[in-house]
Write a protein of this length. Structure first.
Lengths: 328, 471
């Protein structure tokens, strides 16, 4: 029996939303560290605005993004019911997709998602306060880690697994590009030029947010250097959060799915192009073109890839479910 | 009042095994195992949402562990009666959308059919494959004596509850396997196969290979979604939503990741009004545009057919015994509850005079809402109801309060009698059949007569013993 397009779509979005939660956790962590760094050097920077932009919240944040305080930003990122990309909203979306596709995931995966939703929906302002924030971030990261573990450990390696993974890596590629781009949006005062101590610290924090500080040292055996950090987060194929790694995996899953037949082949061609380009790109080329411009293009292209995946496998327009009691 | 477990001379033989089992396990130990039963239900995900009541949106229907038992000969009455009734109901539907002989003969009033909101003009002249209209029928039955079975109502649209029949048995066999080892309880677990076979037997004329079956659900927000997904899983068919289906080239297709796949027989669990926005409710996003055209041309079969509601409202109910005589030339095996139709002036006057002893129901109501239970109502409530009646007499029927039979439920003090009803599920394809069992609903509140799950009712496993046992 083949798979309904709606099922594939639901699993794809389950993968995306859980990954988005993980990335939100990372962004909040990056913001928290930026805050500490700012206090340490006594610089007047607006990291939280940058974090909101990286989280894709520039359109939903009610005030002026660049003036957001930590408290305001955290409320919006974690709790705000008017933000469809808040931590609570993303866990709720993940859970709604999991529930709709309950028959296509294992009990372990279901309970991982259901627990994440039922615990995080109890989050309140208290959990966003500075003293509780580290444990809140830990909780978010643990729920998403449990989900990944259950997917890896209990799902059959069939189309259901492949669509979950596709969603996960499409989301992660997008998130990594946005995370690296945060640097562009942090308005650096004149006295902290590229390469200054402050600049150095920010790149260091980005590595921490990507969970990659030790790995970076292991790979490069060198102190934090902008050029190498960019290489590591975008082009290194061994870093599980790099763009290169994400597109390698997207291509692998699409290859599996397309080998069995699909509506169209656009997504496979797109994925091959992206992977080939990334594997042939040197970090100096990226910097030469302008990091922000390069990342903007990557974000657009990975979004287009998601759209062509949708059309290749018959994803529908997004409908809101009508609640109706239809029974006797 | 008929007690199904105890007669004046003691425990009835069919309950002897249960009595021994309770004595062996002990009431306290059994009470403790209720948590285990609940965990099993949660694990399989069998929950029931009650709209507008708040609280846990996925709560469980209370489950009572004491099975409700029918002997082979008692079941024989129920089985033959249900088959007879469903054959007559199907004949009635084929007739009112076709030659209308029963109306011409003056047995059923024409206006009762034509003014019925469930009468679907779109179905006039249409003949579903094998002339089967209600492929799945839930017949709600109560009992008042050893061989006295009354039909309370017929459910010919999209009756739910069959998953409870299957899951309560599953939970009982897991928790108390010793009760089933001697093979005296007839199995019910072939229901999904029976249903799939019946669906395949009514494949549309255009289908000339193995038909593809699907269950159409309104989605996971629906209170019966668990049942839809459970049945799809057990039948090995796809569970689809309206957005998964589309009409092209005179057939119905589902969108899969490998491209379109044809669907031949659709068991839809959405109401008539929503199945095709081109014909019925134009705002519906639950259905499939163009479905009715394909159906009319023999490209797909809809299960149950649209318009079956014409046979199952409470005003039509009164005529079912006449339908049995008219179409089958037989006497009804199951009785109807005497019913006053308030649309008749004499009946209405009688009902208003006797509100304190009657049960008054809305003709098109369901779920136990909007009814008056005379003996349990206050004078003030009766007066309000009398006004409603006079304003809209066609909207109501009345019945005497029956002395419903009781079945034992487990309470802290041991066993206590509670009122029960029964919904067997009758499947009609090439043949009309039912599995030996059904959904037993129990009014868990002492003295209560309302068994609806939306009103605090619970469920029990229903046993039918092999012929000759427990007689």
């Amino acid at each position: 029996m083949t798979m309904l397009s709606r099922t594939a779509e639901g699993l794809f979005w389950l993968g995306r939303y859980m990954e988005r939660c993980d990335n939100l956790g990372r962004l909040v962590e990056a913001g928290r560290r930026f805050d500490l760094t700012g206090a340490q050097i006594d610089a007047d920077t607006n990291e939280w605005g940058a974090i909101l932009i990286a989280a894709g919240c520039s359109g939903t944040y009610p005030g002026e993004v660049k003036k957001a305080t930590g408290e305001e930003a955290l409320h919006h990122l974690i709790l705000d019911p008017s933000n469809p990309s808040s931590v609570q909203a993303c866990f709720a979306q993940a859970r709604a997709n999991a529930r709709a596709q309950r028959g296509s995931i294992t009990l372990d995966v279901w309970t991982a998602v259901n627990d994440a939703w039922s615990e995080t929906r109890l989050f309140s302002e208290r959990d966003c306060a500075p003293r509780n924030l580290p444990s809140t971030v830990d909780q978010i990261r643990q729920y998403t880690a449990r989900f990944r573990g259950c997917v890896e450990g209990t799902m059959l390696r069939d189309e259901r697994y492949q669509f979950l993974r596709l969603g996960q890596f499409v989301e992660r590629a997008d998130a990594t590009a946005r995370l690296v781009d945060v640097k562009y949006h942090v308005l650096m005062p004149e006295e902290h030029p590229v390469g200054s101590a402050m600049d150095q610290l920010h790149w260091n924090n980005l590595l921490i947010a990507a969970g990659a500080r030790s790995a970076y040292r292991w790979v490069y055996r060198a102190p934090v250097q902008v050029r190498l950090v960019i290489d590591f987060l975008l082009l290194n194929r061994r870093n599980p959060r790099s763009l290169r790694h994400c597109f390698d995996n997207i291509l692998a899953e699409l290859g599996n799915l397309h080998s069995e037949g699909a509506y169209g082949g656009g997504s496979l061609a797109d994925a091959i192009n992206l992977r080939d380009e990334l594997s042939g790109t040197e970090v100096d080329v990226v910097i030469g073109r302008g990091l922000h411009e390069y990342l903007t293009e990557m974000i657009v292209r990975s979004n287009n890839l998601a759209i062509s995946i949708g059309s290749d496998f018959g994803f529908g327009p997004i409908l809101t479910d009508e609640t109706q009691a239809q029974s006797q | 009042m008929f007690n199904e477990m105890l007669s004046q001379s003691g425990t009835r033989p069919e309950y002897a095994q249960i009595e021994r089992w309770i004595a062996e396990e002990g009431v306290e130990a059994l009470m403790q195992r209720r948590a285990e039963a609940e965990a099993l239900f949660r694990k399989v995900g069998i929950t029931f949402a009650v709209y507008g009541e708040g609280g846990d949106p996925e709560r469980l229907i209370p489950f009572d562990m004491i099975p409700r038992i029918f002997t082979g000969s008692e079941w024989d009455i129920v089985e033959r009666g249900c088959i007879q009734r469903c054959k007559a109901l199907n004949a009635f539907m084929a007739d009112v959308y076709g030659p209308r002989e029963i109306l011409k003969a003056g047995i059923v009033p024409t206006e009762l059919v034509d003014n019925n909101p469930a009468f679907e003009k779109a179905m006039i002249g249409l003949r579903p494959p094998k002339d089967v209209w209600a492929h799945i029928c839930g017949v709600d039955i109560v009992r008042t004596g050893p061989e006295d079975f009354f039909v309370l109502e017929d459910n010919c649209r999209t009756p739910s509850g069959v998953s409870y029949m299957l899951e309560t048995r599953e939970v009982m066999t897991r928790m108390f396997p010793q009760l089933f080892l001697d093979g005296s309880v007839r199995p019910v677990d072939d229901y999904p196969e029976l249903l799939a076979d019946a669906m395949a037997s009514v494949a549309p004329p255009m289908c000339d290979d193995t038909p593809t079956l699907a269950i159409l659900t309104p989605g996971y927000f629906n209170s019966a979604y668990y049942e839809h997904s459970f049945l799809a899983d057990r039948m090995g068919v796809e569970l689809v939503e309206g957005q998964d289906l589309y009409v092209d080239d005179g057939r119905v297709w589902m969108r899969t990741i490998r491209g379109p796949e044809r669907v031949d027989v659709i068991y839809r669990r959405i109401d008539d009004a929503f199945i095709d926005p081109a014909v019925f409710n134009p705002d519906s996003v639950l259905g499939v545009r163009g479905l009715m055209d394909v159906y009319r041309n023999g490209g797909v079969t809809i299960v149950n057919a649209p318009g079956t509601g014409v046979a199952d409202d409470k005003a039509t109910y009164v005529f079912v015994p006449d339908m049995i005589r008219f179409y089958l030339g037989e006497e009804p095996i199951l009785k109807n509850v005497p019913t006053w139709r308030c649309s008749q002036p004499d009946d209405c006057a009688y009902v208003i005079d006797h509100l304190d002893e009657l049960v008054v129901k809305e003709v098109h109501g369901s779920g136990g809402y909007g009814m008056l239970i005379g003996p349990k109502s206050t004078k003030a409530e009766q007066e309000i109801f009398a006004k409603k009646l006079m304003e809209n007499p066609e909207g109501f029927i009345a019945q005497p309060t029956l002395a419903l039979s009781t079945s034992p439920v487990l309470v802290d003090e041991g066993l206590a009698p509670r009122h029960v009803d029964l919904r067997p599920f009758v499947i009609s394809g090439t043949e009309t059949k039912l599995v030996p069992g059904g959904l037993t609903r129990v009014a868990l509140r002492e003295g209560s007569l309302v068994v609806n799950s939306s009103q605090g009712g619970g469920v029990k496993d229903t046993w039918v013993l092999k012929a000759g046992l427990g007689v």
